[in-house]
Design a protein around this ligand. Structure first.
Ligand SMILES: NC(=O)c1ccc[n+]([C@@H]2O[C@H](COP(=O)([O-])OP(=O)(O)OC[C@H]3O[C@@H](n4cnc5c(N)ncnc54)[C@H](O)[C@@H]3O)[C@@H](O)[C@H]2O)c1
Length: 324
């Protein structure tokens, strides 16, 4: 077993990608990497997988062209194989997108680890499994494995949450972050492995609340969607929930907000329990908002918010209730 040395491979020099599993997410990743001018070898055991993937890439190509194709980008750079070892044999970077079943992913990743070049970095698109669990059966180079959780469709939504497991070399996490940045993604490096990662935990909290409201006849499906798309969803698109509430506190910002609106006041608004609002939590939240504000005053942030909201609403206007 050769020691894995991630520093041998410059993230900007990667040009051979293996896509393992080519359903909704795998085909989206394939489209993204092809648009970036990289060569993609895809593997999926489903008999119709190759024709389905090629058709999906062909359908997407005009959209990708509109977004802008990188130098050398071509559908011709897509190869398909029904043999897993062949798929990974030349790969410098491997993105696994098999169904979300722990035992299936553990076995698949162990096979990829055993057959891929020792220098290839392996990423899993899992929606919620920890890499520590996924890499359990990997005996060759588990230190080169990360979770890289994308958002559908990966060729459009920039975020990818990147986190390693107990056996992952932290340098590989940094390497993966540099690689995704080089290929036009917005990687979010996570320092802690938490179930559901960050974005899905947030989505899940909202989703659970929505299901409760529908279940109890408090709100309809349409009311819930309207409540987000015409309201908080617009602000979340560019400010996120923390900076949004920083401005809800007026000149006092997040600190005022948390000191005066203890979530306990709203306990009958939700099925979720808030944590105790300690001084430590208030400080962490306030300092986090201050860092994000990056020197901008509340007034400057408000002006930026209003300008961006107007631009966003104008951009959305022609597309609302319209399928092109
Ligand atoms: N759909 C989403 O919005 C979304 C978002 C983020 C992450 N994910 C994650 O991405 C992964 C793939 O999800 P999806 O939505 O594309 O599922 P999907 O069902 O659309 O695709 C899964 C593909 O894997 C193939 N497959 C089955 N067994 C396989 C094996 N042993 N090896 C390789 N491929 C195999 C299937 O034939 C299928 O084409 C999951 O881990 C999922 O949690 C999904």
């Amino acid at each position: 077993m050769l020691p894995f040395n991630v520093t041998n491979l410059n993230p900007r020099d990667v040009n051979q990608i293996a896509i393992i599993g080519t359903g909704v997410i795998g085909s989206g990743w394939a489209a993204h990497f092809l648009r970036q001018g990289l060569a993609v070898t895809a593997y999926d055991p489903a008999p119709e997988a190759e024709s389905r993937l090629r058709q999906s890439i062909a359908n997407l190509w005009p959209t990708l062209a509109k977004l802008g194709l990188k130098e050398g980008a071509s559908q011709e750079k897509l190869t398909f194989t029904f043999d897993l070892p062949t798929a990974v044999s030349q790969a410098q970077f491997i993105q696994e997108n098999a169904p979300e079943r722990l035992s299936l992913k553990q076995a698949l990743l162990a096979e990829i680890d055993a057959t891929a070049p020792a220098t290839a970095v392996i990423a899993s698109s899992t929606s919620g499994y920890a890499m520590t669990d996924l890499q359990q059966n990997c005996t060759h180079h588990p230190e080169r494995m990360v979770v890289a959780h994308p958002f559908n469709p990966p060729y459009l939504v920039p975020l990818v949450e990147v986190v390693g497991g107990e056996k992952t070399d932290p340098a590989v996490v940094d390497w993966a972050v540099a690689f995704y940045t080089a290929v036009g993604k917005k990687p979010l490096k996570m320092n802690k492995e938490i179930p559901g990662f960050i974005a899905d935990r947030l989505q899940e909290a909202l989703w659970r609340e929505a299901l409760h409201m529908v279940n109890e006849g408090m709100a309809t499906v349409a009311e819930i969607d309207a409540a987000i798309t015409w309201g908080p969803g617009l602000r979340w698109a560019f400010m996120g929930p923390c900076l949004t509430f920083h401005l809800a506190g007026g000149e006092g910002g997040m600190r005022y907000m948390l000191e005066h609106f203890d979530p306990e006041l709203f306990s009958n608004w939700t099925y979720l329990d808030p944590p105790p609002i300690t001084d430590e939590l208030i400080n962490t939240m306030a300092e986090g908002c201050k860092a994000e504000a990056d020197g901008r005053s509340i007034q400057e942030l408000e002006q930026w918010r209003d300008k961006t909201l107007i631009a966003l609403m104008k951009a959305l206007q022609p597309h609302q209730h319209q399928i092109e």
